[in-house]
Design a protein. Structure first.
Length: 213
């Protein structure tokens, strides 16, 4: 079963993955069916997703979930495409009796209306609310300096939100901070790598929660 690039793009415009909030076998199945990277100029969401899943190539066989979810996604997209074709199909040819000037005018008006409808569809910006846990090295780590270093990370499509310190034992507290990201512009994996680079304060970071806006 082939992948409808436009349908995949529409699906990923509001999601980071084919299913759920982490890479899974559903992504691997669709990734392999796709075969090659989508044109980023035409399908930016799909291209972002493809590059992200490609980075997990060495782990494709161990990712959670089932490929059946990917198969179900492709099957549902094919069914939706068929239903849409039944609903929105425009007769651009007509019968021999309709091939006159009036019929041509009517067909031209229908085509123009159809194209205008497609062109005027609003493009939604997919965003996610993420809660990050940032753990220090020990109870002597300067948590104020740690938070300042984390918030100093600036990137288009990234907005830092509220934060708090949460005890995790032995006098150690972790920083729990909320942020809003534009999915197309900000990779949470890359953001975590930047946080990990704050080696003087940060031991590790984890995504505690993630929700689409």
């Amino acid at each position: 079963m082939s992948v409808d690039a436009a349908k995949l793009e529409a699906h990923l415009a509001s999601r980071s993955y084919v299913e759920g909030y982490t890479p899974s076998q559903a992504d691997v199945h669709v990734f392999k069916t796709l075969g090659s990277a989508p044109d980023a100029s035409k399908f930016p969401h799909s291209a972002r997703w493809y590059t992200h899943i490609q980075s997990y190539s060495a782990e494709h066989g161990t990712l959670p979930g089932s490929s059946k979810a990917g198969e179900a996604f492709l099957a549902s997209e094919a069914a939706a495409e068929a239903a849409e074709a039944d609903d929105d199909e425009i007769d651009l040819f007509g019968s021999d009796e309709e091939e006159d000037a009036e019929a041509e005018r009517v067909k031209a008006e229908r085509v123009a209306a159809y194209n205008a409808k497609k062109a005027n569809k609003p493009k939604t910006v997919a965003k996610s609310v993420v809660t990050l846990d940032v753990k220090p090295w020990d109870d002597e780590t300067d948590m104020k300096a740690l938070e300042e270093a984390v918030r100093a990370i600036e990137q288009e499509g990234l907005v830092w939100g509220a934060s708090k310190l949460v005890p995790i034992g032995f006098g150690i507290k972790k920083l729990q901070i909320t942020l809003v990201v534009e999915d197309e512009k900000v990779s949470t994996d890359e953001l975590q790598e930047k946080i990990q680079d704050i080696e003087d304060y940060v031991q590790s970071s984890d995504i505690a929660a993630m929700q689409k806006l």
